[in-house]
Design a protein around this ligand. Structure first.
Ligand code: LMR
Length: 393
């Protein structure tokens, strides 16, 4: 039977990690997979997380099973950061831990399907795994245009998609720091989105994977909060990969907002059953480390400082690229200064992307997405010169 399987191509983004590692050039630049890097190109463990892990080693007295909901202390400790200090939503919200943001997105889509959802609207381009998850869970995907050529969000396309949606549709949106474009909706546009969801009564699925990497922890979820304040029900997928630097520990959370508090036990029982069938329960360690940080004032302050440093460094890189707009005409580098998070899309051809890799040792996704955090004071001039080279007439 197994010989009936057809070969699948490896995930292009993950394959890029290997290609970059095998390139012997000392001045190669990795702008591929979305991990934060310091000015020295490192992706260190957060100091706050190291301290929390040490405390766990010293104090944890059991690794016995938890339930499919994972570490509820972790899930509740994150809530004020995502939903606001007093966002109890009259008891309409419950959460659970998931294996990374991917697990949370998968659970959101599977739960929507179990509730009768048949189709999901997805802004494109999107994180490639979104489409793969939708396909694997078995819901129909319909797409709308996320960003305009001028590097701003195509709000009309989204409002049109919501306006035309069927009752059993859901819309999957990035909460902030859009992957792969970096193009976020403005506050005014989020107001319009919230109103459109409220008027139509369809389910929003909000994926918050880069919280704190745009303008700040409050600012980055202002749009999500606007939607949640207006809609009767919603699902939120959350990742701690980037904002706690826990990538491979797979730390995510999933929140369900119900029409009525009395619906929550049934909704969460379905999410628990889906989690049990998929992964039984999430890995514990990273979530426990985040809970330890967030329950300690000093560690929380340290985490906020570290996150603030990351955000400020990425804004400096964006400003430097925007200032080089004239050096690579046609790429609209100026727009990068107004966009957010780890990613940006450059309108490069496949040939230009191959030349950047082969001639200059610059590695980026085949879509033209760059990880802004792969750039720093040392390599940005080389990157700009490489762009100038491949785009010159
Ligand atoms: C990315 O888009 O580079 C990250 O979210 C990592 C991943 O899992 O794809």
């Amino acid at each position: 039977m197994l010989d009936q399987l057809e070969a699948q191509s490896p995930d292009a983004l993950l394959a890029l990690i290997k290609m970059h590692a095998e390139d012997p050039r000392e001045d190669k630049i990795d702008l591929g997979v979305g991990v934060y890097r310091t000015n020295d190109g490192a992706t260190p463990v957060f100091r706050a997380i190291k301290a929390a892990e040490q405390r766990l080693v010293d104090t944890q007295d059991s690794k016995s099973y938890l339930g499919p909901e994972g570490d509820t202390g972790f899930v509740h400790a994150l809530k004020p950061y995502i939903f606001g200090k007093n966002a109890t939503m009259s008891g309409r919200i419950e959460g659970m831990q998931t294996p990374g943001g991917t697990g949370a997105v998968r659970l959101a889509v599977a739960l929507a399907k179990a509730a009768g959802g048949t189709r999901i609207h997805l802004g494109v381009p999107s994180w490639p795994n979104h489409a793969q998850i939708l396909q694997d869970v078995g819901v129909e995907t319909t797409t709308f245009h996320h960003a305009k050529d001028d590097g701003t969000a195509d709000i009309d396309a989204l409002l049109d998609a919501i306006g035309k949606a069927r009752e059993t549709d859901a819309v999957l949106l990035h909460g902030c720091c859009h992957n792969p474009t970096g193009v976020d909706y403005t506050d005014e546009q989020w107001e319009q989105i919230a109103q459109a969801f409220a008027d139509k009564g369809i389910l929003p699925i909000l994926d918050v994977a880069y919280h704190g990497l745009g303008h700040g922890l409050e600012e980055d979820v202002a749009g999500v909060r606007k939607v949640l304040a207006k809609v009767p029900e919603a699902l939120v997928a959350y990742s701690c990969d980037k904002n706690f630097g826990l990538y491979r520990d797979r730390v995510g959370a999933f929140y369900m907002i119900a029409k009525d508090a009395s619906d929550l036990p049934t909704i969460t029982s379905n999410a628990n059953a889906l989690a049990r069938a998929n992964w039984s329960m999430p890995p514990d360690h990273g979530g426990a480390a985040v809970r330890t940080v967030l329950r300690d004032e000093e560690l929380t302050r340290q985490w906020l400082d570290e996150l603030g440093e990351m955000r400020a460094r990425m804004r400096r890189v964006r400003a430097r690229l925007a200032a080089a707009d004239n050096e690579a005409p046609g790429l609209n580098l100026a727009a990068l200064g107004k966009q957010n998070g780890l990613f940006a899309m450059l309108p490069l051809s496949k040939d230009q992307i191959a030349r950047l890799r082969e001639d200059h040792g610059v590695y980026m996704a085949g879509s033209g997405r760059i990880n802004v955090a792969g750039l720093h004071e040392g390599n940005t001039p080389k990157f700009i010169a490489a762009l100038a080279d491949v785009t010159k007439g």
